[in-house]
Write a protein that binds this ligand. Structure first.
Ligand code: BDR
Ligand code: CA
Length: 313
């Protein structure tokens, strides 16, 4: 039976890779997309999510979510990474469809309640919608199968500060709520996404095999790859959001460590995901009685990229 998923997202070039990957995966049934601010405004994220359903020719509801962080001032959208349109400035026409008349958090609650124990939430952006769903209905934590999120970092450097990853930094309070709620969270952070390099050879082969979706991904990835090559002298881009989809399709691609994760919500460490490995105790109490997160620390890069390419080809 296909695994039921909701994708919470801020598309975003690597979000687009993840979403088209998921739509093509026979092991997954995408029940809906929920949107958040992050790479772009929530309005544009919603338009982009609808556009992705139209590119993939699937009928999947899109629910608009939070527009700003829960407790801090919003940070500027990173148009130097994803372009002003979130898709690398490729000037796509607006989508024909529209969002459903329900908030993202309400959609998450209703969908999880409709399929108790069966729904996995895959979060690819800041975590405000998940925190709001927990506020609306705390019991959803017991009814969700798993939360798999792209965000954070345990020992690798951050990408928006020496210790913070962008999705967590954009709403640290919401992220702390998600890591401390009584549901199974799997964190796919920079510890693993910085070990995987997606390059134009792979994207060209996908484009050749699948001109519609592959062509779109190739076109929007050029801006993203230019950012990585000019900033880090890399020949390709890190494989962030789509790693979550590979994880739900085949968790054996990753090696995980268990531990309690808390998020720093102020000061120069704001946005840091602070990982206390299982079995270690500390005089400071903040990690006591916090549910164990599965933190991905190892990845079989070749296997992951092969799964991405074959699924989309
Ligand atoms: C994360 O930040 C966003 O820019 C990407 O879409 C990804 O979700 C990587 O830090
Ligand atoms: Ca994202």
């Amino acid at each position: 039976m296909a695994r039921k998923i909701i994708i919470d997202t801020d598309p975003g070039i690597d979000d687009a890779m993840a979403i088209l990957f998921a739509f093509q995966a026979p092991q997954l049934e995408v029940l809906g997309l929920t949107t958040t601010f992050g790479n772009v405004s929530v309005d544009l994220a919603t338009q982009n999510a609808i556009k992705l359903t139209e590119i993939a020719q699937v009928t999947v509801p899109v629910a608009k979510g939070v527009a700003v962080p829960s407790h801090i001032a919003p940070r500027p959208h990173p148009d130097f990474v994803h372009g002003k349109d979130g898709f690398g400035n490729i000037n796509l026409p607006a989508p024909a469809g529209s969002a459903i008349d329900k908030s993202a958090a309400q959609f998450i609650v209703d969908t999880v309640r409709a399929f108790p124990g069966e729904v996995t939430i895959i979060a690819l952006g800041p975590l405000g919608n998940l925190a709001k769903a927990l506020e609306l209905d705390p019991e959803v934590a017991d009814l969700v199968d798993e939360v798999v999120l792209m965000g954070g970092t345990a020992i690798e450097y951050g990408n928006v500060s020496p210790v913070a990853e962008a999705n967590i930094m954009n709403d640290p309070h919401a992220a702390d709520k998600v890591f401390t709620a009584p549901w199974q969270v799997t964190m796919i952070g920079l510890d693993v996404t910085h070990q995987v390099l997606l390059d134009n050879d792979i994207l060209s082969r996908i484009k050749q095999a699948n001109p519609e979706e592959g062509g779109f991904l190739f076109d929007c990835a050029q801006y993203y790859i230019d950012f990585y090559s000019s900033r880090f002298d890399m020949n390709g881009c890190y494989f962030h959001d789509a790693s979550t989809i590979a994880y739900v399709m085949d968790p054996s691609i990753f090696g995980v460590e268990l531990g309690a994760v808390r998020v720093a919500c102020e000061g120069i460490g704001i946005g840091q995901t602070i990982f206390a490995p299982q079995g270690m105790s500390f005089p400071e109490p903040h990690w006591n009685d916090v549910p164990m997160t599965q933190v991905c620390m190892e990845v079989d890069s070749e296997k992951l990229l092969t799964l991405f390419e074959t699924t989309l080809s």
